[in-house]
Write a protein that binds this ligand. Structure first.
Ligand code: AQP
Length: 326
């Protein structure tokens, strides 16, 4: 049995990119592994958050975890700031990482673009993520493609520590899906779909109303040549819609292209609207029931207790190996 860890930032409603790239793996993996799923609130404050909104989003993400099928009897579900080991280990790893390697992270470059000075937390984000993963002796990290670089730096730091001190950390592997690992923005298919993008029609949230899903897909950016073909370089908009269609329906891209060979974008988009609405309908229904129930907070408290028991063991080992304390 392998140990699995992953997390989502409570920076807004989970969108279909988060779901197709990462979250649907969470459900599948819990059947045969020991899974730990976290709501990474400490990561979310690397950019300013409204405290009231943040609290709401933490519970929304927790409810969405359960709504998509994460079973708290099989998996540990908890909030990152409830386990102090994340911040503690993060500092120890900070002392074993270099500004050079952090400066190469594309997420930092993107999020700090055009700013003379960026928040330090944005710069050290990958170290906190490494701490999240290493704290639980994680074997597998199911994430979207955008996290590849962060998994690499986590592995580098872990190997560096293992070489310098006694064997301390398990070296984790990222798990990336073939289909849906990078869903692009609907209004600008050259950048990834994101929770915090200003235009709400750039994404589809798992909690969107049917009418909003329809509007966002029907106005999604395509191109003027009218041919349904998978060509991410020259036809990023159509290719992105084909990826979403394939990830939700399970049909191969080639089969979908053949099916719509004689159709225009309008017919293809209309069918994609139906497929997407159908896929998120049960999640929305489950979410509304779970979000209102008293059980949600009890599940998070129980999850934090279980996570803390594992984290404390790792921290004891780390402190022993580093000679910290007495
Ligand atoms: N567009 C995407 N396609 C596929 N997977 C994606 N993920 C994120 N965007 C896509 C994966 O979802 C998981 C959770 O992501 P996150 O909440 O940690 O933060 P993020 O990567 O910063 O996601 P957003 O939605 O873009 O948030 P904001 O707007 O706040 O920056 C991760 O496994 C991620 O790979």
């Amino acid at each position: 049995m392998k140990r699995v860890f992953s997390g989502v930032q409570p920076t807004g409603n989970i969108h279909i990119g988060n779901y197709l790239g990462a979250l649907r793996q969470f459900v599948e993996l819990q059947e045969e592994n020991e899974c730990i799923y976290c709501i990474v609130d400490l990561h979310s404050i690397t950019v300013p958050q409204d405290p009231k909104e943040l609290r709401k989003h933490i519970l929304d993400v927790a409810a969405l975890y359960l709504a998509i099928g994460i079973d708290p009897k099989k998996s540990i579900v908890f909030v990152q700031s409830d386990v102090s080991g994340h911040a503690e280990l993060s500092w120890i790893l900070t002392c074993n990482s270099y500004t050079g390697e952090l400066s190469r992270m594309t997420q930092f470059k993107d999020k700090s673009k055009g700013k003379e000075s960026a928040p330090t937390g944005l710069f050290t984000y990958p170290i906190l993520m490494a701490a999240d993963i290493l704290l639980y002796d994680t074997d597998i990290v199911p994430v979207g493609n955008d996290q590849k670089q962060h998994i690499e730096i986590c592995r580098d730091i872990a190997m560096r520590v293992n070489n310098k001190y006694k064997d301390t950390f398990v070296i984790p592997d990222g798990r990336f899906l073939k289909s849906g690992a990078r869903i692009m923005s609907l209004d600008d298919p050259t950048s990834k779909m994101s929770k915090s993008a200003e235009n709400i029609h750039s994404r589809i949230s798992l909690l969107d109303e049917d009418s909003k899903i329809k509007k966002s897909i029907m106005r999604a950016t395509t191109d003027s040549d009218g041919e349904i073909r998978f060509d991410p370089e020259n036809k990023p908009g159509v290719s992105n819609l084909l990826s979403i269609y394939s990830a939700f329906s399970g049909e191969s891209i080639d089969d979908i292209v053949a099916k719509y060979a004689d159709c225009g974008y309008g017919d293809f988009k209309k069918d994609l609207v139906g497929i997407t609405q159908e896929a998120v309908a049960p999640i929305k229904q489950n979410f509304n029931e779970i979000r209102e129930s008293d059980e949600l907070k009890a599940i998070l408290r129980d999850g934090a207790e279980k996570a803390n028991t594992i984290a404390e063991k790792t921290m004891k080992r780390v402190k022993d190996h580093f000679g910290l304390g007495f």
